[in-house]
Design a protein around this ligand. Sequence first.
Ligand code: ZN
Length: 277
Amino acid sequence: MRTIILLTVLLALPDDVYAWGHDGHKLVCAIAERYLTDEGKLFTNRVNAQGEFLKDGVLSFPESCLWPDKVRYTTRKDSYEHHFINIPISANSVNLGRDCAALTCLPAGIQRSIVYLASSAVGQREMGRQAAALRYLGHFIGDLHQPLHVIDDWGGNKIKVTWFGKETNLHAVWDSGIIAKSGLSYPESLEFLSAVKVRPGAVDLVRWLNDSFHLVRNNAYRHPNGKVVSSGDKLGKAYLDGNKPLVIEQLALAGQRLAAIINATAIGKPPLLLINW
Ligand SMILES: [Zn+2]
């Protein structure tokens, strides 16, 4: 009975609670799988199949990356703030002392996941934490590359717009609107996205945050003519054409960067000290 109630609640939640939408998150983790080394693959398969999750059966890695959004309002409320960071829209760049002062924000969630993954888990409890950490890492690296997850201003959720004639909000346009209109579904677009040439660079959470932040200021919050997007605006083909290449690049970058972190962690060289607060 409880399961039925929970399922009903989950199904009734609006789309915008699912960052990057289901397709976006699954694509990021599936692209990452393509870039895993042999050690990275072994590590992912081992961790994914251990701990408390085993009783639900082993999910594929892309499927497991949806889990953090399913539990953030229920059994893992403490992880809620790890899905975003509030960089003021009026700022020039991220300042972790200002934007993540209480150490509960997206990069803190990523760093914490890596620490758990790198630890030698002994016993069911720790192995369960490690399996959860892999799911969180896959999900949060996706969130970081959805630009509207790095700004205050409610992540654009309160900017009500019409998207191809349908009422929605700016956050949802970036979570799933552009992806859907671009035909970037999972698994159909996986081949294409895995082959996109990008420059993932070295693991650098601050740089990645700033890149996402600048995408908000210069692209997500701007019409193609440069005017600022505000509530009541209509967004359609011109906005889609301008931003589709950016979404493609962000998905490819997220997947390849996620793989780089897992590959390094798998050989005992986790990128641990990513941030100096
Ligand atoms: Zn999320």
